[in-house]
Write a protein that binds this ligand. Structure first.
Ligand SMILES: CC(=O)N[C@H](C=O)[C@@H](O)[C@H](O)[C@H](O)CO
Ligand SMILES: CC(=O)C(=O)O
Length: 320
């Protein structure tokens, strides 16, 4: 039963999908990737096939295989593997939801369909309900990311009464900067035990203050350990340390945002920091430039986010 599962909490890494230079998925490094997250970053939950994983750029068959590999490799190592199963086609989304249940994933998440868009909350919830119903035993998360889907229905509205429609509803991944909306998601759902996961890494501390129970993000792949320091400081009510840690992370994100920062750049940074080759992204994304990677590496080093031990014996030039 969905409700008996341990609540998803702490950091959740939005995983990248490793690819080879010819654009095929490189399944062979996912095992290493799991170990790296757990041992080096202290991150024990993953969110697979989302924005960072280029989930919407993969074929359905690829999405199934990627999900399966994460579940298999994560067994007895990760706490939770949540699979993003959102798609424009309800049928495909249902197929992926059923598949996630079959392989033993810990939850599914769905974004709003973004070509033909739901024009109000009821239509959106009806769509989500049809997907959730294909895997009724799996905890269901709504993935709110209005800047990318163009669906701007407020999350607070979507959550209102949602458990009556979707009994497996378990939480929200909130990737937006509207803290009024996020705060109201928290405030109006105190009784529900939902996982309310914040998705804007550079503003995580504000999310925590507003009541986030955890966070999903791309930077937790390589800044998980640093970000865990924010969570720990917040937990012990040491807000000035929490803010200092957040500022450190902001200095890095602010720097790369100015250079142009997205999934392609995250792949380059993760390759550099972890030593695991993430490869290029798939079109329409374009591989990060050598210049970007050099600048990002210098910044990571100057912020002490990249210890020399991490780089020992590694040819920096081979990282991109
Ligand atoms: C749009 C996007 O990809 N958002 C990610 C997750 O929701 C975040 O983890 C960002 O990558 C991160 O906050 C850096 O801006
Ligand atoms: C960042 C995030 O959660 C995603 O990649 O879907």
């Amino acid at each position: 039963m969905a409700t008996l599962k341990k609540k998803l909490q702490g950091l959740v890494a939005a995983t990248l999908t490793p690819m080879t230079e010819n654009g095929e998925i490189n399944f062979s490094v996912i095992g290493q990737y799991v170990d790296y997250l757990v041992k080096e970053q202290g991150v024990k939950n993953v969110f697979v096939n989302g924005t960072t994983g280029e989930g919407l750029s993969l074929s359905i068959s690829e999405r199934r295989q990627v999900a399966e590999e994460w579940v298999t490799q994560g067994r007895n190592k990760l706490d939770q593997v949540v699979i993003h199963v959102g798609a424009l086609s309800l049928k495909e989304s249902q197929e992926l939801a059923r598949h996630a249940a079959e392989i033993g994933a810990d939850g599914i998440a769905v974004i709003a369909p973004f070509f033909f868009k739901p024009w109000n909350k009821d239509v959106l919830v009806n769509f989500l309900r049809e997907v959730a119903a294909a895997a009724p035993s799996l905890p269901f998360y709504y993935y709110h990311i209005p800047a990318l889907t163009g669906v701007k229905i407020r999350a607070e509205e979507v959550l209102d009464g949602i458990q009556d429609k979707i009994p497996s509803f378990q939480g929200l991944k909130f990737s937006d900067t509207d803290l009024l909306d996020f705060g109201q998601c928290v405030d109006q759902n105190h009784q529900q035990q939902f996982a309310l996961l914040f998705g804007v890494d550079e503003q995580l501390l504000s999310g925590l203050v507003m009541g986030a129970t955890g966070a999903v993000g791309s930077t937790y792949n390589y800044l998980g350990k640093k970000t865990n320091q924010i969570l720990e400081a917040f937990e012990r009510k040491d807000f000035s340390s929490a803010l200092n840690y957040q500022f450190c992370i902001q200095r890095f994100i602010n720097f790369v945002v100015k250079l142009g920062f997205g999934v392609a750049q995250t792949k380059a940074i993760m390759t550099l920091v972890s030593g695991i080759p993430m490869g290029p992204p798939r079109l329409p994304l374009q591989k990060a430039t050598r210049e970007f990677t050099d600048h990002a590496a210098a910044k990571l080093k100057s912020l002490d986010f990249l210890s020399t031990a991490d780089l020992k014996g590694r040819n920096l030039g081979a990282c991109i």
